[in-house]
Design a protein around this ligand. Structure first.
Ligand SMILES: Cc1ncc(COP(=O)(O)OP(=O)(O)O)c(N)n1
Ligand SMILES: Cc1nc(C(=O)O)sc1CCOP(=O)(O)O
Ligand SMILES: [Mg+2]
Length: 227
């Protein structure tokens, strides 16, 4: 992903990259001080392209505190730090970018606010049309999902791996797969051309802890990579 961390770059064409990578999304609720060392252990366990801070409906001051604590943990490790839902705070607080859904405001205005250096990711559910629209307005990646049942949120859409195959055959713009992805079920998504797998539960709820979750996801991605 673009930005100050100088780390992952989801806006780069997939030809430049070595294949599918892990994209972590935070648990839905966290105490920043307690979560920071857990995050560090997860990020030190293996390759992570990006971390998205996703605190739904949290007040601005709670988001600011979480960014203050967690952004340095990610950026110091070359992991891009993205903020969910809030392009305004992402720009203000020095995040590497923002992830916006279809109901998260004006995407073109967010693109302008973030400028060319920060990453803008856009949720496209199961829609080719939304993904092409997102690409036209300058998104750095498109996100499809949910690919599997998820306990993390009520997902109203269900995507099929064929969508990833179609997108990656036609477009350079990276695509992210999300929703119920685990080490056990991710192979078809990697093989279909996902550039990033975004996960919550597979890492934070791993029975042996988040570091084991990162190791398991990276091992599964490596095992599934074409060629
Ligand atoms: C990488 C990634 N993909 C999709 C989403 C979902 O975004 P959205 O539809 O806006 O839903 P919320 O996450 O805001 O509940 C995401 N956050 N990240
Ligand atoms: C935040 C989010 N967005 C989704 C979508 O389909 O757009 S699914 C999802 C939750 C992902 O969590 P887990 O890896 O635990 O299933
Ligand atoms: Mg959103």
């Amino acid at each position: 992903m673009a930005g100050r961390s100088g780390g992952a770059r989801p806006e780069a064409g997939r030809e430049e990259e070595g294949g599918c990578r892990l994209y972590l999304v935070t648990p839905p609720a966290l105490d920043p001080a307690a979560f920071a060392p857990l995050l560090a252990s997860a990020l030190d366990a293996g390759d992570v392209a990006a971390l998205q801070l996703r605190l739904k409906d949290a007040p601005d001051d709670a988001i600011r505190r979480a960014v203050d604590s967690l952004l340095p943990v990610a950026q110091s490790r070359g992991v891009a730090f993205l903020l969910n839902d809030r392009a305004d705070l992402a720009a203000e607080l020095g995040c590497d970018g923002a992830h916006l859904g279809q109901g998260d405001g004006d995407h073109a205005a967010a693109r302008r606010l973030l400028g060319p250096e920060r990453t803008l990711g856009i949720t496209c559910h199961d829609s080719r049309h939304l993904a092409m629209e997102a690409g036209e307005l300058g998104a750095d990646y498109v996100a499809f999902g949910a690919f599997f049942p998820t306990a993390t949120k009520e997902a109203a859409f269900r995507a099929d791996p064929e969508l990833l195959r179609w997108w990656s055959a036609l477009f350079e713009l990276p695509c992210v797969a999300i929703g119920g992805i685990t080490a056990a079920n991710c192979a078809p998504l990697v093989q279909a051309g996902a550039d990033f797998l975004a996960v919550v539960g597979a890492v934070w709820n791993h029975p042996d802890g988040p570091a084991a979750g990162v190791r398991a996801m990276n091992a599964a991605i490596a095992a599934a990579r074409p060629g």
